[in-house]
Design a protein around this ligand. Structure first.
Ligand SMILES: CC(C)(COP(=O)(O)OP(=O)(O)OC[C@H]1O[C@@H](n2cnc3c(N)ncnc32)[C@H](O)[C@@H]1OP(=O)(O)O)[C@@H](O)C(=O)NCCC(=O)NCCS
Length: 148
């Protein structure tokens, strides 16, 4: 498996239409998310990684500084193609975001997920993320990992 930095915005289009199902819960990529990802790609210190199995898409992660509190990175997207789930790729992508934020002296890595998204919740909690009562978003769970 190869972990590659995204070098051009057009690489982000690979995500369009990708889906993952967990019970009744579906996670998918539409145009709105793709354009937000393209906008944030240009922010200083953004991390965008693709996971490739040869030429095949296997996963993606992004984190950026577009969060309203100081010294935070926001893990905006993490996605592993269903064919490749359960093999440690999500854990590796998360670890790379933690490392990226730590090396830039961030205090907190924050992420948000749906109440139904058990795989993401388990992944976050296994890294030590704690649930945080987010005054700006109550439609799911906000997690914070305190880095210092
Ligand atoms: C969440 C996601 C990225 C995990 O990726 P993955 O490569 O399958 O995860 P890993 O194999 O690295 O597993 C790491 C940990 O995640 C959790 N996990 C992963 N799949 C799980 C599942 N089906 N049920 C419960 N926990 C799960 C476990 O804690 C696991 O650790 P363990 O193997 O020691 O139990 C993947 O399920 C995914 O892409 N889902 C769709 C997109 C999505 O929901 N992204 C998050 C949006 S907020």
């Amino acid at each position: 498996m190869n972990y590659e930095s995204v070098t051009s915005k057009s690489d982000i289009d690979q995500l369009l239409g990708k889906k993952s199902q967990y019970g009744d819960f579906e996670y998918s990529y539409g145009n709105e998310t793709i354009s937000l990802l393209k906008n944030n790609f240009d922010l200083p210190d953004s991390l965008y990684l693709l996971v490739k199995d040869g030429e095949k898409f296997a996963g993606f992660v992004s984190c950026d500084r577009d969060w309203w509190e100081d010294n935070c990175f926001f893990l905006r997207e993490i996605f592993v193609d269903e064919t490749y789930q359960g093999q440690g790729i999500g854990r590796e992508l998360m670890a790379r975001c933690v490392d990226h934020a730590q090396k830039r002296n961030a205090l907190i890595l924050v992420t948000q997920t749906a109440f139904e998204n058990i795989p993401m919740q388990k992944l976050c909690e296994s890294f030590g993320f704690q649930k945080w009562d987010n005054p700006r978003w109550q439609e799911g769970i906000t997690y914070k990992l305190f880095l210092k």
